[in-house]
Design a protein around this ligand. Structure first.
Ligand code: LIP
Length: 264
């Protein structure tokens, strides 16, 4: 078995267990543990408990790997592999009882820097929706037993996903970006969970996706799903505090870049 497949199996197994825990805690009732960058940027007890479970399982299975998690930060490893984890992506959805949330786990090779890492394996588990999306580099992207493929043609315009940050001061600029993109769109979806948006692009449920300000754990797994499903993912304005992520099939990705990064 290749390293990519081995890492993919481990990511999938842990994402399933972590998703079950997240769902159980949601049924028990969610408690707000803290706020982070703004009042809207919340973390629940479940976020922390799920990340602790993932970290414990990874440490037991691959003690020399590094870890980069949304809630517990970074821990370097000696193996050259780092696990990039969002324990509950779509935290606000989760807190409100909206089922569009997921556990996102990716294994990357090299420095844990999205500009340089090579993603090797991914699992995005949406437990309340009963779906887990997986990928191993060079082995395709899958939804259970079905192989994923991005869309290639959008005769009626592109169905696009996007999102907005937790800082209200960024909303005006992000809405102006939406206005610039809408002429190429048939419609827009704002699901509130980046990894799910990316998984849906890989599955052909969205034609493309763009969002400014995502953190590495938001997109590490979903980006591999898309490239293994034949799509393209780019990050622009990477020097800014809010890089823009652009994803889609080849044509939609190129058209989004023409609008969002004219100098590219
Ligand atoms: C969220 C993303 C979402 C974005 C939110 C937030 P979290 O991640 O999944 O796409 O619009 O601002 O970043 O905080 O739920 O892990």
């Amino acid at each position: 078995m290749t390293l990519e497949l081995e890492l993919g199996e481990l990511a999938t197994e842990i994402a399933r267990e972590a998703g079950a825990l997240a769902r159980a805690r949601r049924r028990d009732g969610v408690r707000l543990a803290a706020t982070k960058t703004t009042l809207a940027d919340i973390v629940t007890d479940a976020d922390r408990e799920v990340e602790a479970l993932i970290r414990e399982r990874l440490r037991a299975a691959r003690p020399d790997d590094g870890f980069l998690g949304e809630e517990s930060g970074a821990e370097p490893g000696a193996s050259g592999i780092t696990w990039v984890v969002d324990p509950i992506d779509g935290t606000v959805n989760y807190a409100y009882g909206i089922p569009a949330y997921n556990v996102s786990i990716a294994a990357v090779q090299g420095e844990p820097d999205p500009e340089t890492w090579v993603a090797l394996a991914a699992a995005v588990n949406a437990p309340a929706l009963g779906e887990i999306f997986t990928a191993a580099r060079g082995h395709g992207a899958w939804l259970e037993g079905s192989r994923l493929a991005v869309t290639e043609e959008t005769p009626a315009g592109a169905l696009l996903g996007t999102g907005f940050g937790y800082d209200p001061a960024t909303h005006e600029g992000d809405l102006a970006t939406v206005a610039r993109v809408m002429p190429m769109a048939r419609d827009l979806r704002r699901m509130g969970a980046a990894a799910l948006d990316l998984a849906y692009v890989a599955a052909g449920r969205l034609d493309g996706y763009f969002e400014r300000g995502l953190r590495p754990w938001d997109h590490a797994a979903g980006a591999l799903l898309i490239t293994e499903a034949g799509g393209c993912v780019s990050r622009v304005d990477v020097e800014s505090t809010r890089p823009m992520l652009v994803a889609g099939g080849r044509d939609v990705h190129a058209r989004l870049l023409d609008i969002l990064d004219p100098k590219h």
